[in-house]
Design a protein around this ligand. Structure first.
Ligand code: BG6
Length: 507
Protein backbone atom coordinates (compact mmCIF):
# COMPACT_ATOMS: atom_id res chain seq x y z
CA UNK A 1 0.00 0.00 0.00
CA UNK A 2 1.29 3.48 -0.75
CA UNK A 3 0.73 6.59 1.29
CA UNK A 4 1.23 9.59 -0.94
CA UNK A 5 2.81 12.78 0.30
CA UNK A 6 2.21 15.78 -1.87
CA UNK A 7 3.80 19.16 -1.90
CA UNK A 8 1.63 21.61 0.04
CA UNK A 9 0.10 23.04 -3.08
CA UNK A 10 -1.30 20.94 -5.89
CA UNK A 11 0.38 21.57 -9.24
CA UNK A 12 -1.28 24.53 -10.94
CA UNK A 13 -1.67 24.92 -14.71
CA UNK A 14 1.32 26.68 -16.24
CA UNK A 15 0.79 30.36 -17.16
CA UNK A 16 -0.42 31.33 -20.64
CA UNK A 17 2.54 31.23 -23.00
CA UNK A 18 3.47 31.15 -26.67
CA UNK A 19 5.68 28.11 -27.15
CA UNK A 20 7.74 28.26 -30.34
CA UNK A 21 9.04 24.91 -31.59
CA UNK A 22 11.99 25.51 -33.92
CA UNK A 23 12.57 22.41 -36.05
CA UNK A 24 8.83 21.72 -36.07
CA UNK A 25 9.05 18.84 -38.54
CA UNK A 26 11.81 17.05 -36.67
CA UNK A 27 11.63 13.87 -34.64
CA UNK A 28 11.96 15.56 -31.25
CA UNK A 29 8.77 17.56 -31.80
CA UNK A 30 6.73 14.69 -33.23
CA UNK A 31 7.91 11.86 -31.02
CA UNK A 32 8.42 13.56 -27.69
CA UNK A 33 7.40 17.21 -27.32
CA UNK A 34 3.88 17.07 -28.75
CA UNK A 35 2.98 13.81 -26.97
CA UNK A 36 4.36 15.34 -23.74
CA UNK A 37 2.25 18.49 -24.24
CA UNK A 38 -0.80 16.32 -24.82
CA UNK A 39 -0.13 14.43 -21.56
CA UNK A 40 0.28 17.71 -19.66
CA UNK A 41 -2.98 18.94 -21.13
CA UNK A 42 -4.70 15.67 -20.09
CA UNK A 43 -3.47 16.26 -16.55
CA UNK A 44 -4.79 19.83 -16.50
CA UNK A 45 -1.32 21.36 -16.30
CA UNK A 46 -1.49 23.65 -19.33
CA UNK A 47 -3.28 26.94 -19.66
CA UNK A 48 -6.25 26.79 -22.02
CA UNK A 49 -4.62 29.58 -23.99
CA UNK A 50 -1.27 27.90 -24.57
CA UNK A 51 -0.19 28.73 -28.13
CA UNK A 52 2.10 26.23 -29.83
CA UNK A 53 3.83 27.64 -32.89
CA UNK A 54 5.84 25.35 -35.17
CA UNK A 55 8.74 27.11 -36.92
CA UNK A 56 10.50 25.49 -39.87
CA UNK A 57 11.38 26.07 -43.52
CA UNK A 58 8.77 23.79 -45.16
CA UNK A 59 5.50 25.33 -46.28
CA UNK A 60 2.40 23.99 -44.53
CA UNK A 61 -0.83 25.54 -43.26
CA UNK A 62 -1.70 25.74 -39.57
CA UNK A 63 -4.41 23.10 -39.88
CA UNK A 64 -2.30 20.74 -41.95
CA UNK A 65 0.55 21.04 -39.45
CA UNK A 66 -1.77 20.17 -36.53
CA UNK A 67 -3.24 17.30 -38.53
CA UNK A 68 0.19 15.96 -39.38
CA UNK A 69 1.15 15.92 -35.72
CA UNK A 70 -2.08 14.18 -34.76
CA UNK A 71 -1.66 11.51 -37.46
CA UNK A 72 1.91 10.88 -36.42
CA UNK A 73 1.05 10.49 -32.75
CA UNK A 74 -1.84 8.13 -33.55
CA UNK A 75 0.20 5.91 -35.82
CA UNK A 76 3.70 6.01 -34.35
CA UNK A 77 3.72 6.92 -30.67
CA UNK A 78 0.22 6.14 -29.39
CA UNK A 79 1.64 4.20 -26.43
CA UNK A 80 3.24 7.39 -25.12
CA UNK A 81 -0.15 9.05 -24.64
CA UNK A 82 -2.52 6.23 -23.71
CA UNK A 83 -2.95 2.63 -22.69
CA UNK A 84 -4.96 -0.23 -24.18
CA UNK A 85 -7.96 1.14 -26.05
CA UNK A 86 -7.59 4.61 -24.48
CA UNK A 87 -5.21 6.08 -27.01
CA UNK A 88 -5.23 9.69 -28.23
CA UNK A 89 -8.52 11.19 -27.02
CA UNK A 90 -10.05 13.26 -29.89
CA UNK A 91 -11.66 15.83 -27.57
CA UNK A 92 -8.46 16.36 -25.59
CA UNK A 93 -6.40 16.62 -28.75
CA UNK A 94 -8.86 19.14 -30.23
CA UNK A 95 -8.44 21.33 -27.13
CA UNK A 96 -4.67 21.36 -27.56
CA UNK A 97 -4.82 21.62 -31.36
CA UNK A 98 -6.87 24.84 -31.33
CA UNK A 99 -3.74 26.62 -30.11
CA UNK A 100 -1.42 25.13 -32.77
CA UNK A 101 -0.15 27.28 -35.63
CA UNK A 102 2.85 27.44 -37.90
CA UNK A 103 5.41 29.96 -39.16
CA UNK A 104 7.30 29.12 -42.32
CA UNK A 105 10.73 30.65 -42.23
CA UNK A 106 14.45 30.21 -42.52
CA UNK A 107 16.18 30.19 -39.11
CA UNK A 108 18.87 32.48 -40.54
CA UNK A 109 16.49 35.03 -42.02
CA UNK A 110 15.56 38.10 -39.95
CA UNK A 111 12.05 38.20 -41.39
CA UNK A 112 11.29 34.90 -39.62
CA UNK A 113 11.82 36.69 -36.33
CA UNK A 114 9.49 39.54 -37.28
CA UNK A 115 6.83 36.89 -37.90
CA UNK A 116 7.46 35.47 -34.41
CA UNK A 117 7.14 38.93 -32.88
CA UNK A 118 3.80 39.31 -34.64
CA UNK A 119 2.65 35.96 -33.19
CA UNK A 120 3.49 37.11 -29.68
CA UNK A 121 1.76 40.44 -30.21
CA UNK A 122 -1.40 38.63 -31.32
CA UNK A 123 -1.34 36.04 -28.53
CA UNK A 124 -2.69 38.11 -25.66
CA UNK A 125 0.34 37.30 -23.47
CA UNK A 126 3.93 38.47 -23.58
CA UNK A 127 5.22 35.16 -22.17
CA UNK A 128 7.22 33.18 -24.72
CA UNK A 129 9.39 30.08 -24.73
CA UNK A 130 11.66 29.36 -27.69
CA UNK A 131 12.41 25.63 -27.90
CA UNK A 132 15.34 24.95 -30.21
CA UNK A 133 14.56 21.43 -31.43
CA UNK A 134 17.06 22.03 -34.22
CA UNK A 135 20.46 20.75 -35.25
CA UNK A 136 23.04 22.18 -32.81
CA UNK A 137 24.71 24.27 -35.50
CA UNK A 138 21.68 26.58 -35.32
CA UNK A 139 21.80 27.22 -31.55
CA UNK A 140 24.04 30.29 -31.63
CA UNK A 141 22.55 31.64 -34.85
CA UNK A 142 18.94 31.43 -33.67
CA UNK A 143 19.68 32.80 -30.23
CA UNK A 144 21.65 35.73 -31.65
CA UNK A 145 18.74 36.61 -33.94
CA UNK A 146 16.19 36.26 -31.14
CA UNK A 147 18.34 38.74 -29.22
CA UNK A 148 18.69 41.26 -32.05
CA UNK A 149 14.97 41.11 -32.72
CA UNK A 150 14.35 42.09 -29.08
CA UNK A 151 12.48 38.84 -28.45
CA UNK A 152 14.50 37.96 -25.36
CA UNK A 153 13.71 41.16 -23.48
CA UNK A 154 11.66 40.37 -20.39
CA UNK A 155 9.32 42.67 -18.51
CA UNK A 156 7.91 42.18 -15.00
CA UNK A 157 4.77 40.84 -16.68
CA UNK A 158 6.33 38.69 -19.39
CA UNK A 159 9.04 36.06 -19.36
CA UNK A 160 11.17 35.01 -22.31
CA UNK A 161 12.96 31.63 -22.12
CA UNK A 162 15.10 29.55 -24.43
CA UNK A 163 15.31 25.74 -24.31
CA UNK A 164 18.20 23.86 -25.86
CA UNK A 165 19.16 20.23 -25.67
CA UNK A 166 22.56 18.57 -25.90
CA UNK A 167 25.08 18.58 -27.48
CA UNK A 168 26.31 21.71 -25.68
CA UNK A 169 29.56 21.93 -27.58
CA UNK A 170 31.91 19.09 -28.43
CA UNK A 171 34.67 19.85 -25.92
CA UNK A 172 35.45 22.36 -23.17
CA UNK A 173 36.37 25.16 -25.56
CA UNK A 174 33.28 24.91 -27.75
CA UNK A 175 31.04 24.53 -24.69
CA UNK A 176 32.47 27.74 -23.22
CA UNK A 177 31.98 29.51 -26.54
CA UNK A 178 28.33 28.40 -26.73
CA UNK A 179 27.65 29.53 -23.16
CA UNK A 180 29.30 32.89 -23.87
CA UNK A 181 27.11 33.33 -26.93
CA UNK A 182 23.92 32.50 -25.00
CA UNK A 183 24.84 34.76 -22.10
CA UNK A 184 25.50 37.68 -24.42
CA UNK A 185 21.81 37.97 -25.27
CA UNK A 186 20.08 36.72 -22.12
CA UNK A 187 20.65 35.87 -18.47
CA UNK A 188 21.24 32.41 -17.02
CA UNK A 189 17.71 32.53 -15.57
CA UNK A 190 16.29 32.52 -19.10
CA UNK A 191 18.24 29.47 -20.30
CA UNK A 192 16.85 25.94 -19.94
CA UNK A 193 19.49 23.38 -20.98
CA UNK A 194 17.86 19.98 -21.13
CA UNK A 195 19.46 16.68 -20.28
CA UNK A 196 16.64 14.23 -20.88
CA UNK A 197 17.99 11.89 -18.18
CA UNK A 198 16.76 14.41 -15.62
CA UNK A 199 13.23 13.91 -16.94
CA UNK A 200 13.34 10.27 -15.85
CA UNK A 201 11.43 9.50 -12.64
CA UNK A 202 14.10 7.05 -11.52
CA UNK A 203 16.80 9.72 -11.83
CA UNK A 204 14.79 12.33 -9.93
CA UNK A 205 14.10 9.67 -7.30
CA UNK A 206 17.79 9.30 -6.47
CA UNK A 207 17.71 12.63 -4.66
CA UNK A 208 14.43 11.90 -2.93
CA UNK A 209 15.58 8.47 -1.76
CA UNK A 210 18.93 9.75 -0.57
CA UNK A 211 17.71 12.82 1.23
CA UNK A 212 14.33 11.74 2.59
CA UNK A 213 15.43 8.40 4.09
CA UNK A 214 18.01 9.17 6.72
CA UNK A 215 19.44 5.64 6.74
CA UNK A 216 21.07 6.27 3.35
CA UNK A 217 23.17 9.10 4.68
CA UNK A 218 24.58 6.78 7.37
CA UNK A 219 26.47 4.65 4.86
CA UNK A 220 26.75 7.00 1.89
CA UNK A 221 30.49 7.63 2.14
CA UNK A 222 33.94 6.14 1.77
CA UNK A 223 33.73 4.31 5.12
CA UNK A 224 31.14 1.88 3.79
CA UNK A 225 31.20 2.19 0.01
CA UNK A 226 33.99 0.42 -1.84
CA UNK A 227 33.22 1.73 -5.32
CA UNK A 228 30.38 2.82 -7.59
CA UNK A 229 29.53 1.52 -11.07
CA UNK A 230 27.41 3.54 -13.49
CA UNK A 231 26.29 1.72 -16.64
CA UNK A 232 24.21 2.74 -19.63
CA UNK A 233 24.09 -0.28 -21.93
CA UNK A 234 22.06 -0.06 -25.12
CA UNK A 235 21.06 -2.75 -27.60
CA UNK A 236 20.52 -0.27 -30.44
CA UNK A 237 23.35 0.52 -32.82
CA UNK A 238 23.86 3.91 -34.43
CA UNK A 239 20.85 3.32 -36.69
CA UNK A 240 20.47 6.25 -39.09
CA UNK A 241 22.75 8.57 -37.10
CA UNK A 242 26.07 7.47 -38.59
CA UNK A 243 27.15 10.88 -39.83
CA UNK A 244 26.38 12.50 -36.45
CA UNK A 245 27.95 9.67 -34.49
CA UNK A 246 31.15 9.49 -36.54
CA UNK A 247 32.39 12.79 -35.09
CA UNK A 248 30.70 12.38 -31.72
CA UNK A 249 31.39 8.88 -30.36
CA UNK A 250 30.20 7.30 -27.12
CA UNK A 251 32.20 9.54 -24.79
CA UNK A 252 30.83 12.86 -26.04
CA UNK A 253 27.36 11.42 -26.64
CA UNK A 254 26.81 9.99 -23.16
CA UNK A 255 29.45 10.81 -20.55
CA UNK A 256 29.75 14.55 -19.79
CA UNK A 257 25.97 14.76 -19.91
CA UNK A 258 23.88 11.69 -19.01
CA UNK A 259 26.42 9.64 -17.05
CA UNK A 260 27.71 12.67 -15.15
CA UNK A 261 24.12 13.58 -14.27
CA UNK A 262 23.79 10.14 -12.69
CA UNK A 263 27.15 10.52 -10.99
CA UNK A 264 26.15 13.94 -9.65
CA UNK A 265 22.84 12.62 -8.27
CA UNK A 266 24.68 9.84 -6.45
CA UNK A 267 27.67 11.81 -5.26
CA UNK A 268 26.47 15.37 -4.55
CA UNK A 269 26.19 16.76 -1.03
CA UNK A 270 22.69 17.45 0.33
CA UNK A 271 21.47 20.78 -1.05
CA UNK A 272 20.26 23.33 1.48
CA UNK A 273 16.89 23.35 -0.31
CA UNK A 274 15.26 21.58 -3.24
CA UNK A 275 15.57 24.70 -5.37
CA UNK A 276 17.41 25.36 -8.60
CA UNK A 277 20.32 27.32 -7.16
CA UNK A 278 21.06 24.94 -4.30
CA UNK A 279 20.71 21.71 -6.29
CA UNK A 280 22.67 22.95 -9.29
CA UNK A 281 25.34 24.43 -7.04
CA UNK A 282 25.96 21.05 -5.35
CA UNK A 283 26.00 19.24 -8.69
CA UNK A 284 28.51 21.68 -10.14
CA UNK A 285 30.69 21.23 -7.05
CA UNK A 286 30.85 17.46 -7.19
CA UNK A 287 31.53 17.25 -10.92
CA UNK A 288 34.11 19.99 -10.39
CA UNK A 289 35.77 17.73 -7.78
CA UNK A 290 36.47 14.94 -10.30
CA UNK A 291 40.23 14.52 -10.31
CA UNK A 292 41.76 15.97 -13.50
CA UNK A 293 43.80 13.05 -14.88
CA UNK A 294 46.98 13.72 -16.78
CA UNK A 295 46.87 12.53 -20.37
CA UNK A 296 48.83 9.37 -19.39
CA UNK A 297 46.47 8.68 -16.47
CA UNK A 298 43.46 9.28 -18.71
CA UNK A 299 44.77 6.72 -21.18
CA UNK A 300 45.42 4.17 -18.43
CA UNK A 301 41.98 4.74 -16.89
CA UNK A 302 39.89 4.45 -20.03
CA UNK A 303 38.90 1.88 -22.64
CA UNK A 304 37.53 2.72 -26.06
CA UNK A 305 35.58 0.05 -27.89
CA UNK A 306 33.81 -0.33 -31.22
CA UNK A 307 31.34 -3.05 -32.15
CA UNK A 308 32.22 -5.46 -34.91
CA UNK A 309 29.76 -7.79 -36.65
CA UNK A 310 27.94 -10.11 -34.28
CA UNK A 311 24.51 -11.55 -33.60
CA UNK A 312 21.59 -11.47 -31.23
CA UNK A 313 18.97 -14.21 -30.97
CA UNK A 314 20.46 -15.87 -34.03
CA UNK A 315 20.08 -12.69 -36.12
CA UNK A 316 23.25 -11.23 -37.67
CA UNK A 317 24.16 -7.67 -36.63
CA UNK A 318 26.33 -5.29 -38.63
CA UNK A 319 29.64 -4.07 -37.34
CA UNK A 320 29.85 -0.31 -36.76
CA UNK A 321 32.05 0.15 -39.85
CA UNK A 322 29.32 -1.38 -42.01
CA UNK A 323 26.65 1.02 -40.77
CA UNK A 324 25.32 3.71 -43.16
CA UNK A 325 27.38 6.91 -43.32
CA UNK A 326 30.23 5.39 -41.33
CA UNK A 327 33.76 5.25 -42.69
CA UNK A 328 34.99 1.68 -43.36
CA UNK A 329 38.12 2.43 -41.34
CA UNK A 330 36.45 4.52 -38.63
CA UNK A 331 38.04 4.59 -35.18
CA UNK A 332 35.04 6.26 -33.51
CA UNK A 333 34.22 4.58 -30.22
CA UNK A 334 30.77 3.07 -29.68
CA UNK A 335 31.73 1.93 -26.19
CA UNK A 336 33.64 3.59 -23.41
CA UNK A 337 34.65 2.55 -19.91
CA UNK A 338 36.28 5.01 -17.54
CA UNK A 339 37.52 5.21 -14.00
CA UNK A 340 37.19 8.57 -12.26
CA UNK A 341 38.00 9.67 -8.72
CA UNK A 342 36.20 12.40 -6.78
CA UNK A 343 38.52 14.36 -4.56
CA UNK A 344 36.33 15.43 -1.67
CA UNK A 345 35.89 14.29 1.94
CA UNK A 346 32.96 11.99 1.21
CA UNK A 347 34.44 10.13 -1.74
CA UNK A 348 38.20 10.20 -1.51
CA UNK A 349 39.51 6.73 -2.36
CA UNK A 350 36.21 5.49 -3.87
CA UNK A 351 36.53 4.84 -7.62
CA UNK A 352 33.57 5.57 -9.86
CA UNK A 353 33.60 3.24 -12.88
CA UNK A 354 31.49 4.41 -15.82
CA UNK A 355 30.62 2.43 -18.94
CA UNK A 356 28.29 2.93 -21.85
CA UNK A 357 27.98 1.25 -25.20
CA UNK A 358 25.81 0.60 -28.19
CA UNK A 359 24.86 -2.86 -29.49
CA UNK A 360 25.42 -4.58 -26.17
CA UNK A 361 23.63 -7.74 -25.02
CA UNK A 362 20.80 -6.00 -23.14
CA UNK A 363 19.39 -2.57 -22.45
CA UNK A 364 20.30 -1.73 -18.90
CA UNK A 365 20.90 1.61 -17.22
CA UNK A 366 21.89 1.11 -13.62
CA UNK A 367 23.93 2.44 -10.74
CA UNK A 368 25.56 -0.11 -8.49
CA UNK A 369 26.79 1.07 -5.10
CA UNK A 370 29.17 -1.64 -3.99
CA UNK A 371 29.71 -1.95 -0.23
CA UNK A 372 32.97 -2.75 1.48
CA UNK A 373 33.17 -6.35 2.66
CA UNK A 374 32.43 -6.96 6.32
CA UNK A 375 35.31 -8.38 8.35
CA UNK A 376 34.28 -12.01 7.93
CA UNK A 377 36.14 -13.41 10.98
CA UNK A 378 33.05 -15.05 12.40
CA UNK A 379 32.34 -16.76 9.06
CA UNK A 380 35.85 -18.06 8.52
CA UNK A 381 34.73 -21.66 8.16
CA UNK A 382 32.15 -20.92 5.49
CA UNK A 383 32.40 -20.41 1.75
CA UNK A 384 33.12 -16.69 2.29
CA UNK A 385 35.30 -16.48 -0.78
CA UNK A 386 32.46 -17.50 -3.04
CA UNK A 387 30.05 -14.87 -1.77
CA UNK A 388 29.16 -11.96 -3.96
CA UNK A 389 29.90 -8.51 -2.66
CA UNK A 390 26.88 -6.74 -1.20
CA UNK A 391 25.48 -3.76 -3.02
CA UNK A 392 22.62 -1.40 -3.70
CA UNK A 393 21.43 -1.44 -7.30
CA UNK A 394 19.47 1.54 -8.58
CA UNK A 395 17.82 0.43 -11.79
CA UNK A 396 17.14 3.49 -13.96
CA UNK A 397 15.64 1.56 -16.90
CA UNK A 398 14.07 -0.83 -17.73
CA UNK A 399 12.50 -2.64 -14.68
CA UNK A 400 12.72 0.59 -12.72
CA UNK A 401 13.41 0.21 -9.03
CA UNK A 402 16.00 -0.25 -6.32
CA UNK A 403 17.40 -3.41 -4.83
CA UNK A 404 19.75 -4.19 -1.98
CA UNK A 405 21.70 -7.36 -2.66
CA UNK A 406 22.67 -8.64 0.76
CA UNK A 407 23.76 -11.83 2.50
CA UNK A 408 21.54 -14.09 4.60
CA UNK A 409 21.81 -17.44 6.30
CA UNK A 410 20.65 -20.28 4.13
CA UNK A 411 18.18 -22.35 6.21
CA UNK A 412 19.65 -25.55 7.57
CA UNK A 413 21.72 -26.97 10.38
CA UNK A 414 25.06 -25.72 9.04
CA UNK A 415 26.12 -22.10 8.62
CA UNK A 416 25.79 -21.42 4.93
CA UNK A 417 25.19 -18.03 3.42
CA UNK A 418 23.34 -16.95 0.33
CA UNK A 419 22.84 -13.73 -1.59
CA UNK A 420 19.34 -12.32 -1.20
CA UNK A 421 17.52 -9.28 -2.54
CA UNK A 422 15.47 -6.61 -0.76
CA UNK A 423 13.68 -4.69 -3.40
CA UNK A 424 11.36 -1.96 -4.56
CA UNK A 425 9.98 -2.17 -8.09
CA UNK A 426 8.08 0.90 -9.29
CA UNK A 427 5.42 -1.25 -10.90
CA UNK A 428 4.52 -2.81 -7.52
CA UNK A 429 3.85 0.55 -5.88
CA UNK A 430 2.83 3.07 -8.49
CA UNK A 431 0.62 3.13 -11.49
CA UNK A 432 2.86 4.70 -14.10
CA UNK A 433 1.02 6.91 -16.59
CA UNK A 434 2.15 6.66 -20.22
CA UNK A 435 4.76 9.34 -20.70
CA UNK A 436 7.63 10.55 -22.81
CA UNK A 437 9.96 11.70 -20.01
CA UNK A 438 9.58 15.32 -21.20
CA UNK A 439 6.40 16.22 -19.29
CA UNK A 440 8.10 17.43 -16.12
CA UNK A 441 10.80 19.25 -18.07
CA UNK A 442 8.29 21.17 -20.21
CA UNK A 443 6.08 21.97 -17.24
CA UNK A 444 9.07 23.18 -15.22
CA UNK A 445 10.19 25.40 -18.07
CA UNK A 446 6.72 26.92 -18.45
CA UNK A 447 6.52 27.52 -14.70
CA UNK A 448 10.09 28.80 -14.35
CA UNK A 449 11.66 26.04 -12.23
CA UNK A 450 15.25 25.46 -13.36
CA UNK A 451 16.12 22.70 -10.85
CA UNK A 452 16.21 19.96 -13.49
CA UNK A 453 18.08 22.02 -16.07
CA UNK A 454 21.79 22.46 -16.42
CA UNK A 455 23.57 25.67 -15.56
CA UNK A 456 26.58 26.86 -17.56
CA UNK A 457 29.01 25.72 -14.85
CA UNK A 458 27.46 22.21 -14.77
CA UNK A 459 28.15 21.86 -18.47
CA UNK A 460 31.65 23.28 -18.37
CA UNK A 461 32.68 21.17 -15.35
CA UNK A 462 31.51 18.07 -17.20
CA UNK A 463 33.63 18.87 -20.24
CA UNK A 464 36.58 19.79 -18.05
CA UNK A 465 36.45 16.32 -16.48
CA UNK A 466 36.34 14.45 -19.81
CA UNK A 467 38.82 16.68 -21.61
CA UNK A 468 41.88 14.58 -20.54
CA UNK A 469 40.27 11.51 -22.15
CA UNK A 470 39.61 13.46 -25.36
CA UNK A 471 43.21 14.70 -25.34
CA UNK A 472 44.61 11.22 -24.74
CA UNK A 473 42.56 9.76 -27.58
CA UNK A 474 43.54 12.53 -29.94
CA UNK A 475 47.12 11.31 -29.58
CA UNK A 476 46.18 7.64 -29.88
CA UNK A 477 42.82 6.85 -31.43
CA UNK A 478 43.19 3.08 -31.35
CA UNK A 479 40.02 1.23 -30.51
CA UNK A 480 39.33 -2.25 -29.08
CA UNK A 481 36.59 -4.29 -30.69
CA UNK A 482 33.68 -6.23 -29.23
CA UNK A 483 31.19 -8.31 -31.15
CA UNK A 484 27.76 -6.70 -31.52
CA UNK A 485 25.46 -8.36 -28.97
CA UNK A 486 28.22 -8.74 -26.39
CA UNK A 487 29.10 -6.66 -23.36
CA UNK A 488 32.06 -4.59 -24.43
CA UNK A 489 35.74 -5.33 -25.00
CA UNK A 490 37.89 -7.53 -22.78
CA UNK A 491 40.01 -4.50 -21.83
CA UNK A 492 37.00 -3.08 -19.97
CA UNK A 493 37.00 -6.13 -17.70
CA UNK A 494 40.72 -5.65 -17.12
CA UNK A 495 40.11 -2.03 -16.03
CA UNK A 496 38.33 -3.43 -12.95
CA UNK A 497 40.20 -6.70 -12.53
CA UNK A 498 43.45 -4.89 -11.98
CA UNK A 499 41.76 -3.09 -9.04
CA UNK A 500 40.48 -6.46 -7.74
CA UNK A 501 36.90 -5.76 -8.81
CA UNK A 502 34.40 -6.96 -11.43
CA UNK A 503 31.59 -5.32 -13.35
CA UNK A 504 28.13 -6.14 -12.15
CA UNK A 505 26.46 -8.51 -14.65
CA UNK A 506 24.06 -6.80 -17.04
CA UNK A 507 20.34 -7.47 -17.28
C1 BG6 B 1 20.93 10.38 -26.37
C2 BG6 B 1 22.07 9.88 -27.19
O1 BG6 B 1 21.27 11.60 -25.76
O2 BG6 B 1 20.64 9.42 -25.36
C3 BG6 B 1 21.72 8.54 -27.83
O3 BG6 B 1 22.38 10.82 -28.21
C4 BG6 B 1 21.31 7.55 -26.75
O4 BG6 B 1 22.81 8.02 -28.58
C5 BG6 B 1 20.23 8.16 -25.86
O5 BG6 B 1 20.80 6.40 -27.41
C6 BG6 B 1 19.96 7.25 -24.67
O6 BG6 B 1 18.82 7.69 -24.00
P1 BG6 B 1 17.91 6.69 -23.19
O7 BG6 B 1 16.87 7.56 -22.56
O8 BG6 B 1 17.36 5.70 -24.18
O9 BG6 B 1 18.81 6.02 -22.20
Amino acid sequence: MTHTIRRKSKAEPAPPTTLFLFGAHGDLVKRLLMPALYNLSRDGLLDDNLRIVGVDHNAITDDAFAQKLEDFIRSEVAAKVGKGDQMLDPALWAKLAKGISYVQGDFLDDSTYSALAAKIAASGTGNAVFYLATAPRFFSEVVRRLGSAGLLEETPEAFRRVVIEKPFGSDLQTAEALNACLLKVMTEKQIYRIDHYLGKETVQNILVSRFSNSLFEAFWNNHYIDHVQITAAETVGVETRGSFYEHTGALRDMVPNHLFQLLAMVAMEPPAAFGADAVRGEKAKVVGAIRPWTVEEARANSVRGQYSAGERDGQPLNGYREEPNVSPDSTTETYVALKVMIDNWRWVGVPFYLRTGKRMSVRDTEIVICFKPAPYAQFRDTEVDELQPTYLRIQIQPNEGMWFDLLAKRPGPTLNMANIELGFAYKDFFEMQPSTGYETLIYDCLTGDQTLFQRADNIENGWRAVQPFLDAWQEDASVETYAAGEDGPKAAEDLLTRDGRVWHGLG
